[in-house]
Design a protein around this ligand. Structure first.
Ligand SMILES: [Zn+2]
Length: 318
């Protein structure tokens, strides 16, 4: 059996990571290049000339034009963090190189920090992933399905009627050769025509050709200009037996294994969009495991500060 080139690609080994990102100075250097690839840009006035002023160990950049000072991390996802950048880089490494999702508890152990600290780091990084992924629009052949996350109540009650199940649309784009390209997982309020129309308008381009089962709401993708191919799953037949749903079923199976094996259901309801974005982010960058970390760093530098209060209040929006 031929090996799967995506699954067997080398990735970023722990020793290579430590060599490149092992010290605080190395991390600062990488962050500075990611934040200002063309050189310093003042966040207050866009001035490009500055001088460096040290406040103890803290390096600040003083703009020549407006005279305001800014630190390397101010206005990024690392804003006001008391933890060293090396710790953040380790978290980014674990979150991007792992095949499955990593729970807050596992991250706490790996980083050697308190649970609340691990929660803040993980949710800030998941928020970065979400904000990168939210504008993904699928354009080719797209297999879609209705799916649910969580739903296991303390008493063991589960199933479609469970109050804390989170409905989401799962969509996989495939190319002309039938290979999966990109994934999109979007939390929706319910599976109604209006919800799916709104989803299709923000998630698909009019070139998309949507393949779904017979669920009526998916007809609404035509309102976004897409073509629609409903495949009715007959009695005694399962969608998992149908080749046209091969990739969506495979991905949903992997998602459920990954999430069920990692997380408890208790906070899915509120933060489900971040957990889904974490899975989606890694899937959509699976072709190049070595570049995920530099790209994650670039995205983290470009995402503004997100306080814990904001993270706890934020619903599915940014
Ligand atoms: Zn300035």
């Amino acid at each position: 059996m031929p090996i799967n080139r995506i699954q067997f690609q080398p990735g970023l080994s722990l020793s290579a990571f430590l060599k490149e990102y092992g010290t605080d100075d190395q991390c600062k250097d990488h962050l500075e290049k990611a934040r200002w690839p063309q050189g310093f840009v003042c966040p207050h006035c866009d001035g490009t000339r500055c001088c460096v002023v040290w406040h103890g160990d803290v390096k600040t950049f003083q703009c020549h034009r407006c005279r305001k000072q800014t630190t390397l991390t101010a206005g990024t996802i690392f804003h006001s963090s008391k933890k060293p950048l090396t710790l953040w880089f380790q978290a980014m490494y674990f979150l991007t190189q792992s095949k499955s999702n990593i729970s807050t508890l596992e991250l706490k152990r790996l980083l050697g920090v308190s649970y609340p600290c691990a929660w803040r780091i993980k949710h800030k990084l998941m928020q970065v992933m979400y904000e990168r992924e939210v504008s993904t629009r699928l354009a080719q052949r797209v297999e879609v399905d209705d799916a649910y996350l969580g739903g296991e109540l303390p008493g063991g009650k589960a199933g479609r009627g469970s109050e804390n199940k989170v409905p989401f649309v799962a969509a996989v784009e495939t190319n002309a050769e039938g290979h999966p390209l990109r994934l999109q997982l979007s939390v929706v309020k319910s599976f109604t025509l209006a919800e799916i129309e709104a989803w299709a308008k923000r998630s698909l381009t009019p070139t998309a050709h949507v393949v779904s089962d017979g669920l009526a709401c998916f007809r609404a993708v035509t309102k976004a200009g897409c073509s629609h191919q409903p495949e009715v799953v007959g009695t005694g037949r399962k969608s998992t037996d149908m080749g046209c749903f091969h990739w969506i079923n495979t991905v949903l199976g992997n998602l459920k294994t990954s999430i069920a094996g990692t997380y408890h259901a208790f906070d899915f309801d509120k933060y489900s969009y971040r957990y889904l974005a974490e899975f989606q982010y890694r899937f959509n960058r699976r072709f190049d495991l070595r570049s995920i970390l530099p790209r994650m760093l670039y995205a983290s530098a470009a995402t503004g500060k997100r306080t814990e209060v904001w993270l706890r209040l934020a619903e599915d929006s940014c």
